[in-house]
Design a protein around this ligand. Structure first.
Ligand code: GLN
Length: 296
């Protein structure tokens, strides 16, 4: 327990340290929401300052040590608290998985639109797969919006898969999602031609750019989730060539990619010969980040 005044003073000092370190002051409040159970509004209006007692899961000294880890080691605050908010899920995250990004939320809405615009709306009750599921974010998002679909989630990392399964359990989706360990489609090779949709946020950063990413990313997030080979397109190329065998006619192929990759991805899809209605969609910043195609 600490008093509101003590915590208010701690917050002020932590915010000053954040400014000095060039880190967003809002992150102090993300931490306090988790460890002190404070509501965003109580933090924003500083009304918690008047509370006589606030339950705190750790001492102020330990809290300062955590915050210093954020500042000095550049550990992302999401790994520090073990949680990230994505769509309206609260997802467990750890350094074995990429922290799901807000722009990836668009993939779920695009999948729904793609089903609605398709001549075969029954796709919504078929088999859907999230390849490279990481924390399980996309699989969970699909399970929520495609209420009659069977969802499959694949990852080559057993550690990532354990986190994805934990998230499905915590959010009440373990009956809806089946998890498989392996490389891309490999664990599903008995199910060729059966899938209504494939959604993925594959590693797409060109290898020589990884070292130039923010220290939070390059020093703490799994390179397995980022590294797309020399031109960043290795995994996308693989998903284009292999998915044709697994999608049913009219099935949906949908991925996230990096800014600038759209022309190359369109060309690869076109050259493969098994896809039609190839389309590119922007993220909320207006940057082309998503590619959609239908299996012929
Ligand atoms: N599918 C997960 C996500 O979108 C992980 C993606 C990845 O590791 N490249 O966050």
């Amino acid at each position: 327990m600490v008093s509101g005044l003590e915590l208010w003073q701690w917050r002020l000092a932590a915010r000053n340290r954040a400014v000095e370190a060039g880190i967003a002051v809002e992150e102090v409040d993300w931490l306090l929401q988790e460890v002190a159970g404070l509501e965003p509004l109580a933090l924003r209006l500083e009304s918690f300052k008047r509370r006589s007692q606030i339950p705190l899961q750790l001492s102020l000294k330990e809290l300062s040590q955590l915050w210093e880890q954020r500042l000095q080691e550049r550990l992302p605050v999401q790994y520090l608290i073990g949680i990230t908010h994505w769509r309206h899920f609260s997802l467990t995250v750890a350094p074995a998985v990429l922290i799901p990004r807000p722009e990836t939320e668009c993939l779920i809405d695009l999948a729904v639109e793609a089903v609605n615009n398709s001549p075969t709306p029954e796709l919504n009750s078929g088999h859907w797969v999230d390849l490279g599921t990481g924390s399980g974010a996309i699989a969970l998002g699909l399970a929520e919006v495609l209420t009659n679909a069977s969802i499959y989630a694949v990852d080559c990392s057993p550690l990532a898969l354990a986190i994805a399964q934990q998230n499905a359990q915590q959010l009440g989706y373990s009956q809806r999602i089946q998890f498989f360990q392996g490389s891309w489609w490999e664990p599903l090779k008995a199910c060729k031609g059966l899938f209504s949709g494939m959604v993925a946020n594959p590693p797409y950063i060109p290898r020589n750019l990884i070292q130039q990413l923010q220290p939070e990313v390059v020093n703490h997030e799994p390179h397995l989730a980022l590294d797309g080979g020399n031109d960043g397109l290795d995994c996308i190329r693989q998903l284009i060539s292999t998915s044709a065998d697994y999608l049913q006619p009219g099935g949906i192929w949908l991925i996230e990619m990096m800014a600038g990759q759209a022309p190359a991805v369109v060309e690869l899809l076109y050259q493969q010969g098994s896809y039609s209605q190839i389309q590119i969609f922007p993220d909320l910043a207006g940057i082309d980040r998503f590619a959609l195609a239908y299996r012929v």
